[in-house]
Write a protein that binds this ligand. Structure first.
Ligand code: FAD
Length: 158
């Protein structure tokens, strides 16, 4: 099957945007990801999927923990920073939660310990056991058909 068709099909699934963060040897690292979902309520588990070429992969293998930061509508630039889409490097100040770096202003910060790891094709799925959650009441940043989008309440109620 054609790669483009597969990408187009997956792009029809509208998602939020997260930045996965972790820390190794006192050095913070972030990566933009939308392959995130809730996996279990009892116990509280989430799943993330990291590409084999992402430097985040080895970092999570080493740290055995990560945070999922769900971005707000005001944080598109941060999404681009952590996706390597900006021409210039940008210094980011992280907040802390459960001894992990987290993104200030994210609408949800979810810290996790890795409980298992599954290599599937060219991605690795990490199952994380949730250790803490912090929430903000803001609108989310969205991603659909390869582009950033924003919720419009007018459109929702039309
Ligand atoms: P790098 O390429 O080393 O880092 C990524 C960028 O973050 C670099 O520009 C780096 O300078 C910056 N950065 C990292 N740490 C810091 C720091 N401490 N301070 C300042 N800047 C920092 N890939 C997946 O594997 N899974 C997904 O689910 C996924 N979803 C995506 C969703 C969207 C909407 C987008 C745009 C991309 C997605 N990607 C996903 C692709 C992924 O974000 C990029 O391939 C990314 O560049 C890979 O990051 P890396 O870990 O290799 O780290």
């Amino acid at each position: 099957m054609d790669d483009r068709k597969f990408r187009d099909a997956m792009g029809k699934f509208a998602t939020g945007v997260t930045v996965i963060t972790t820390e190794v040897d006192g050095k913070e690292h972030g990566m933009t990801a939308n392959a995130f979902m809730s996996a279990s309520l009892h116990p509280k588990l989430v799943v993330i999927s990291i590409g084999e070429n992402a430097s985040m992969l080895e970092k999570i293998r080493k740290s055995q923990k990560f945070a999922v930061n769900v971005l707000s509508a005001k944080q598109q630039e941060l999404s681009m920073v952590f996706a390597g889409q900006m021409k210039e490097k940008k210094a980011v100040n992280f907040a802390r939660l459960e001894d992990l770096p987290v993104i200030e202003g994210a609408i949800a910060q979810v810290t996790c310990n890795v409980v298992s790891e599954y290599v599937e094709g060219d991605h690795t799925l990490f199952i994380g056991s949730v250790t803490n959650i912090q929430l903000e009441d803001e609108e989310p940043l969205l991603f659909f058909k390869g582009q950033y989008r924003f919720l419009s309440m007018q459109e929702v109620f039309k």
